[in-house]
Design a protein around this ligand. Structure first.
Ligand SMILES: *Cc1c(COP(=O)(O)O)cnc(C)c1O
Length: 454
């Protein structure tokens, strides 16, 4: 068999196996069975002395790996705002793999550079963010937050005449950071890596919905970064941007918004929830959550395009590129064309399709919340977005119901703590989730409520 033929056959075999996986996506256990998980031990071998045939590599992956996957690409996974992958995005990803572009700059890949430029523009249009913003497609909201916050600090210091690139932080004026009391752990991680000590963060108190209370906002000045959020992980609520941002900006502070999933509300009929968010300086959002694109696809969006482009610049004598080439907007130097799947998702949905998907999830979450209340559950949030935060009659019952639901293989959702006590969190974010899947979840939770001791 010649080499080309071999590659074609192997890729066709991968497609055949992938399609078989899709065919069964709604039928497989949402979390793998203990047997399937135990089967993973078969992978625990030394690196083979002699390579095995590609078909054998694939066979092992599929026969051992596929049964032990979590059906997060299916319709009844309600954990972590995970989302599935839209068909056009999945298909684009396959083609992008064939291209295997190093999507650093136009010189590396005209196609990737052009598509990611358009994708960036579309993201800003869909989210109602300033058209002049730079958009870097990074691996995650975590990485993109790191990029945005480095740009923020560098800019605030530059305004004070401090040369951060040359002199670093030793002897620099202190840049203070105000975070919400319910700030996401990955924002803290980014801050910690950047050297903002955790003990020095200034915490803004939140209200019962997990939103910063404007009355209790700590004082801000021109050496402060204010981190707000669009979509609190438990409640799905939004900080009051319209109240907080103008005064923060007037004080000279930099306003960054973590909108990993919640910013997509801007593309829906519930855009009012995030009113005023467009006044911030920088934003992060994920494609791989609510937009339903593959991992790792996220956006660092920065109103002052130069601020991000200088903070992330990686030009070298052998690799100069335009200021806004992707390698100058993200952490990565060599990188995959991850914005292409985001382009494909937006191209296939259109504004209408995007609005319809987000609206549907918000409606489904609202129905879920109302139905669970009717079953005697406590719903702890207002369910304004796609998150439903739930408790049963006692902490023990809450935990037992969640564990039984996870073990059922019929659905999956995860635990959380809300105001110090156990709860569980249902996120509706997969394009595949139909109303019947929500009914199946309600039915299961209602059965479990009756059968689990309070
Ligand atoms: C998931 C999430 C993040 C982190 O996003 P990654 O892409 O997983 O790094 C940050 N903030 C919020 C609110 C999230 O939900």
């Amino acid at each position: 068999m010649n080499h080309d033929n071999h590659e074609r056959q192997l890729l066709a075999e991968a497609d055949r196996r992938a399609l078989a996986y899709f065919d069964d996506i709604a039928g497989r256990p949402v979390f793998p069975t203990p047997t399937a998980i135990a089967g993973l031990q078969a992978f625990d071998q030394a690196i083979p002395e002699q390579g095995m045939a590609g078909a054998e590599v694939l066979r092992r992956l599929d026969e051992i790996g596929s049964p032990a996957t979590v059906a997060s690409n299916g319709p009844r996974y309600f954990g972590f705002v995970i989302g599935a992958t839209l068909p056009a995005a999945a298909a684009a990803e396959r083609l992008v793999l064939a291209w295997d572009q190093c999507a650093s700059s136009f010189d590396n890949s005209p196609a990737a550079d052009t598509l990611e430029r358009i994708a960036g523009r579309w993201v800003c249009e869909a989210l109602g963010l300033p058209a002049e913003s730079a958009v870097g497609f990074g691996t995650s909201a975590t990485a993109c937050t790191l990029a945005c916050l480095s740009a923020a600090r560098r800019t605030l210091l530059a305004r004070r005449g401090w040369d951060f690139d040359g002199d670093g932080l030793v002897g620099a004026p202190e840049v203070r950071v105000v975070v919400s009391a319910s700030c996401h752990i990955t924002v803290k991680k980014a801050l910690r890596i950047l050297g903002f000590g955790m003990n020095r963060l200034i915490v803004a108190p939140t209200d019962a919905h997990g939103r910063i209370d404007p009355e209790q906002l700590p004082p801000l000045d021109d050496l402060t970064i204010l981190c707000l959020q669009a979509g609190e992980v438990n409640t799905g609520e939004f900080d009051p941007f319209a109240e907080l941002t103008p005064s923060a900006k007037a004080a000279g502070a930099w306003v960054h918004v973590d909108g990993a999933f919640g910013l997509w509300a801007r593309a829906s009929s519930s855009a009012h929830l995030a009113a005023g968010v467009e006044q911030a300086d920088s934003w992060t959002s994920d494609g791989h959550k609510w937009l339903n694109t593959p991992y790792d696809g996220a956006m660092a969006i920065c109103r002052d395009a130069d601020a991000l482009a200088t903070a992330m610049n990686s030009d070298a004598a052998y690799a100069t590129a335009s200021k806004d080439a992707q390698k100058n907007l993200t952490l990565e130097f060599s990188r995959r064309a991850r914005g292409v799947a985001i382009w494909a998702a937006l191209a296939s949905l259109g504004r209408d399709g995007l609005r319809e998907m987000i609206d549907r999830h918000i409606r489904q979450a609202g129905h879920l919340a109302a139905s669970l209340r009717a079953q005697g559950y406590q719903v702890l949030n207002r369910a304004v977005l796609n998150q439903v935060l739930v408790r049963a009659d006692s902490d023990e019952q809450t935990v037992a119901i969640r564990q039984a639901a996870q073990a059922s293989g019929r659905v999956w959702f995860g635990p959380t703590l809300w105001q110090g006590r156990p709860a569980f969190r249902l996120s509706v974010s997969s394009w595949r989730t139909e109303d019947a899947d929500i009914e199946a979840l309600i039915e299961l939770l209602s059965e479990l409520k009756r059968s689990t001791p309070a």
